[in-house]
Ligand binder design. Structure first.
Ligand code: PLP
Length: 355
C-alpha cells in the first residue's frame, strides 16, 4: 500500500530524488565508486558543491552580495552562530518569539549580547504571529522564524524594518516565491523541505560579516566557510548531494508551481478541518501555515482512534509534536494533493464513525 508521508522532519522527498540518491550511493557520476567513498576534493564532488550553490542563487534570485554556505550542525547551531557572528557584546538584537524554535534561538543569543524580545505569542500558546510592535532602529538585527513547524503558524507578510532581517526558514524554504533580498541572513536545515538531515543552508550578505570584535573558533566563523567555499573541513557530502537532487527537482517543477500546489493542499485540508465537526484548528486563520497543518480532536480520548484510522489508510507521521499533542500534517513540497485527499477522506470516515 502506498504510504502518505506527513512527517514533520526529516520528511518526504520526491521519489526521483530517492532513486537518484540510491544510484549515487552505488555508482556516483559514472565513476564506478560510491559518493560515500570519494574525496570531497574530487572534481565530481566539487561540481556538486558548485551546482548546489548556483541553483540556490538562481532559485532564490540572490546576487553576488550574498554568500551561500553549506554547514553542518543543524539549524540549532545557527541559533548561536548568528549572534556570535553578527552581534557585539555591547550591542542589542531583537527577536520575535513565535514558538519552540524561536525560544531556542533567543536562549542562545543571550550568551552573546543584549536581546530584546519585541513580541511573543507564548501566553496564547503560540496560536498566532504577533503583529503590532515597533522595531528599534539601533539594534544589530531582527530575528524571526518564518514558519513555526511545531505550532503550525507562518508569516504571510514581513516586518517593516530598517535593520537587517534574519530569518530561520528551516521548514518553509523554497516552498513559495519570496523576495529573498529582503533578508540579510537566512538559515534552514535541509531535512524539512530541501533534502536530508546533516546539512544546513546559510545565506548571508557578505557586508554583515567581520563586524564583531570577539574571538571565535574558525569552525564557527562564517568567514572561514566563505573563504573555502564551504569546504573548510569535510562537508556533509551525502546530504549535500541529496540537496542538489532536490534543488534540481524544484527547478524543474518550478517554484511558482510548487507554491500554487502548497497553497491548494493546505487550503483543502484547512477547509476540511473547519467543516468537520470532530476537529478544530489551533492557529488564527490569517497566520495558518501552508507547510505544517496543526489540528486537534474535540474529544481528546479519540485521538489514538483517529491515528489508527490514518495508519490503516497508509497515512503516517500525523502525531502532533510531543510538546503540543494533537495532530500535525506536514505538507512539504514533495507531498502530493493525492495524499491530502486520502487524509481528508479518513477525517470524513472518522466523523461518520464518531461524531
Ligand atoms: C526543525 C527546525 C529547527 C531545528 O533544526 P535542527 O536541524 O534539528 O537543528 C529549527 N528551526 C525550525 C523552524 C525548524 O523547523
Amino acid at each position: 500500500m502506498k504510504k502518505h508521508n506527513f512527517y514533520a522532519g526529516p520528511a518526504i522527498l520526491p521519489s526521483i530524488v530517492l532513486e537518484q540518491a540510491a544510484e549515487g550511493i552505488k555508482d556516483f557520476a559514472n565513476m564506478g565508486l560510491s559518493i560515500l567513498e570519494i574525496s570531497h576534493r574530487s572534481k565530481p564532488f566539487e561540481a556538486v558543491m558548485d551546482e548546489v550553490q548556483a541553483l540556490t542563487r538562481e532559485l532564490m534570485g540572490l546576487g553576488d552580495e550574498y554568500a551561500v554556505l553549506l554547514l553542518s550542525g543543524g539549524a540549532s547551531s545557527q541559533f548561536y552562530m548568528v549572534p556570535m557572528n553578527l552581534l557585539n557584546e555591547s550591542e542589542k538584537a531583537c527577536y520575535v518569539n513565535t514558538g519552540v524554535w524561536s525560544t531556542g534561538a533567543i536562549k542562545e543569543a543571550k550568551l552573546f549580547g543584549q536581546i530584546d524580545v519585541l513580541a511573543s505569542s507564548e501566553t496564547d500558546h503560540f496560536n498566532h504571529i504577533p503583529k503590532n510592535y515597533q522595531v528599534p532602529s539601533d539594534a544589530s538585527y531582527l530575528h524571526i522564524t518564518s514558519n513555526n513547524t511545531i505550532y503550525g503558524s507562518q508569516y504571510h507578510w514581513w516586518p517593516q524594518t530598517q535593520i537587517p532581517l534574519v530569518c530561520d526558514m528551516s521548514s518553509d524554504i523554497l516552498s513559495r516565491q519570496l523576495d529573498f533580498s529582503k533578508f540579510s541572513l537566512i538559515y534552514a536545515g535541509a531535512q524539512k523541505n530541501m533534502g536530508a538531515a546533516g546539512v544546513t543552508l546559510v545565506i548571508v550578505k557578505k557586508s554583515m560579516l567581520g563586524r564583531v570584535s570577539r574571538k571565535m573558533p574558525s569552525m564557527l566563523d562564517y568567514r572561514s566557510h566563505l573563504e573555502k567555499g564551504s569546504m573548510y573541513n569535510t562537508p556533509p557530502v551525502f546530504p549535500i548531494f541529496v540537496t542538489l537532487l532536490t534543488l534540481r527537482w524544484i527547478k524543474q517543477t518550478g517554484l511558482s508551481t510548487l507554491e500554487a500546489r502548497n497553497k491548494k493542499k493546505s487550503e483543502s485540508l484547512y477547509a476540511e478541518i473547519d467543516r468537520n465537526s470532530c476537529f478544530y484548528g489551533t492557529v488564527q486563520k490569517e497566520d495558518r501555515s501552508w507547510m505544517n497543518v496543526v489540528f486537534r480532536a474535540h474529544k481528546t480520548e479519540l485521538e489514538s482512534a483517529f491515528l489508527d484510522l490514518c495508519k490503516e489508510a497508509g497515512c503516517v507521521g500525523l502525531s502532533g509534536h510531543r510538546s503540543v499533542g494533537g495532530f500535525r500534517a506536514s505538507l512539504y513540497n514533495a507531498l502530493e494533493q493525492d495524499s491530502v485527499d486520502v487524509l481528508i477522506a479518513v477525517m470524513q470516515e472518522f466523523e461518520k464513525k464518531y461524531a
